[in-house]
Design a protein around this ligand. Structure first.
Ligand code: FAD
Length: 475
């Protein structure tokens, strides 16, 4: 007897429904991670995601040792590995928390039906969402395509359940099955480009708890006014923890409500709770419109005349567009695996509108460089920017990278941090150095075209070109 707990995007011990089920069932508990990236096709984890995963598995393995257990690590086709583990351990049940990516759903269904046919008990749980995607539907029992009614409906549902407690002890099997070491998975690249990430992040459940603790209380209340400022620690920075499941959304939800400072109410943190619902909306859309990672939700965008401009794409990726706020964001992404939401919106708008490069190129780059790269939310964000998704930015909304910088980085601290070659440029010209008088640039030690690029396209000309191109999909 015994239960195999197949851990995937729920790399934690607390609020872990699959683990809880295994414990309550009685008998040995065998926690397993299987690297089966091949089964995720095009959307196998990108580089930054793999670095995070490597660290996270290390943290999980040591947490499991702390409760008298182990993490068994395997690689290969999930079904074959689980079958072998059932045989090796004599376990009679396999349990896991659900995932929602189309290929993973298909794979999991096949795994479940094969194991069940072979007489193994299979149970699956909700470990990553506040609401399962099929439980929040409109009056016609159809999925939502607009956020506001979706979130209203979600807020009308019962309050998400309180998180489950952390187990103190897990029962071990008589003998442990064979396991690879974490290093054997080869998740780390040969060139150590992840050093800055390691300085900024502490992957794993403990790191998640620390971040959450730092955010609840005053910061969660200030969130509503500071969330759009990349120069402040105005947001929670919990996205990679939520993505990898080192933290569950209901842990975040309840921690914020339980930690309300004196004199404040639920209304003061509503903005934050609603942001967690954007994440839910992303999963809702991915589940009901599984084609969207590859195809625009609005079909007429499928034939949009995108530019093929590899040099421009490269300049954008490397943070060399000559638009300071864009370059700051792209360099923050490259160095730390994360970018502030407002800046994600700006860089995405510039790629799609000013440069007329398809959102799919942007999504692919983010996929490889983000530690929180998440099929549901990356697709949501990029289709929003591209104007081709649910509840998307209208075609005529072209962000002006100068005004956006001036508004959201009002002292320029964020831009100066990531684009140090502009450090000495006075605030007045920081976001449009190409308009600055020659002496100003000279004094700041900037030579446009040499120490820092000229703008990749004149913002006004870019805007006009975008509006013209987007005529095709108007209406
Ligand atoms: P907070 O502001 O503290 O928000 C709390 C949590 O709510 C986040 O951790 C996140 O889980 C969720 N959330 C917040 N904003 C959004 C949003 N707009 N959409 C969906 N969920 C949200 N988020 C990802 O997790 N993975 C991605 O791959 C991703 N790609 C994006 C691509 C683009 C082009 C854009 C515009 C946005 C993308 N986002 C993505 C959403 C958002 O930018 C990040 O979730 C957010 O910046 C994470 O920072 P935070 O944890 O400090 O967020």
């Amino acid at each position: 007897d015994g239960t195999i707990v197949w851990l995937r995007r729920d790399l934690r011990l607390s609020d872990q429904p699959a683990l809880r089920f295994a414990i309550e069932r009685g008998g040995p508990v065998i926690p397993v991670y299987i690297e089966s990236f091949k089964e995720e096709g095009r959307w196998a984890p990108g580089g930054a995601h793999r670095w995070w995963l490597h660290e996270s598995l290390g943290s999980l393995a040591s947490d499991l040792e702390g409760v008298g257990s182990r993490l068994v690590i395997r690689r290969g086709e999930a079904l074959a590995q689980l079958r072998a583990l059932v045989k090796e351990t004599g376990a009679d049940a396999v349990v896991w928390c659900r995932r929602y990516e189309p290929l993973v759903i298909e794979r999991d269904k096949a795994v479940k039906s094969s194991l069940c046919e072979e007489g193994v008990t299979v149970e699956t749980f909700n470990g990553s969402l506040l609401f399962e995607p099929w439980t929040v539907m409109n009056q016609q029992e159809k999925p939502y395509q607009v956020y506001s009614p979706f979130s209203r409906n979600a807020l009308d549902q019962d309050e998400p359940e309180r998180p489950l407690s952390r187990p103190r002890k897990l029962e071990s099997p008589e003998s442990w099955p064979e396991s690879l070491g974490i290093d054997d998975l080869g998740l780390l690249p040969e060139v150590k480009w992840y050093q800055r990430m390691a300085e900024v992040w502490e992957p794993g459940e403990k790191g998640a708890r620390k971040r959450l603790k730092a955010f609840v209380g005053e910061r969660s209340v200030d969130y509503k006014s500071e969330r759009d400022r990349p120069d402040l620690e105005g947001t929670s920075r919990l996205s990679p923890y939520l993505h990898h499941g080192e933290l569950s959304p209901r842990q975040a939800w309840h921690a914020v409500l339980d930690g309300l400072p004196e004199g404040s109410s639920r209304r003061d943190v509503m903005k934050y709770l609603k942001e967690l619902l954007w994440r839910e909306f992303g999963y809702h859309l991915l589940y009901h419109f599984p084609q969207t990672p590859e195809r625009p939700l609005r079909e007429k965008y499928a034939s949009f005349p995108w530019r093929d401009a590899p040099q421009d794409l490269r300049a954008w990726q490397k943070g060399q567009t000559g638009y300071p706020i864009v370059d700051a964001g792209m360099r923050q992404l490259w160095a730390t695996g994360w970018m502030h939401n407002r800046v994600r919106m700006i860089v995405a708008s510039v790629l799609v509108k000013q440069l007329l490069i398809t959102w799919e190129e942007g999504a692919a780059w983010f996929w490889d460089t983000l530690v929180d790269g998440d099929l549901a939310n990356n697709t949501l964000g990029w289709q929003w920017a591209g104007g081709c998704g649910a509840d998307a930015a209208p075609y005529f909304r072209v962000f002006n990278p100068v005004l956006q910088g001036e508004k959201f980085d009002p002292e320029g601290a964020y831009t100066r941090l990531w684009v140090p070659e502009l450090k000495e440029v006075p605030q007045k010209w920081l976001f449009k150095p190409w308009e600055a008088p020659k002496e100003v640039l000279e004094q700041a030690g900037v030579q446009l075209g040499q120490t820092y690029p000229e703008p990749i396209v004149d913002p006004k000309a870019g805007r006009e070109r975008a509006l013209e191109a987007f005529e095709v999909v108007k209406g």
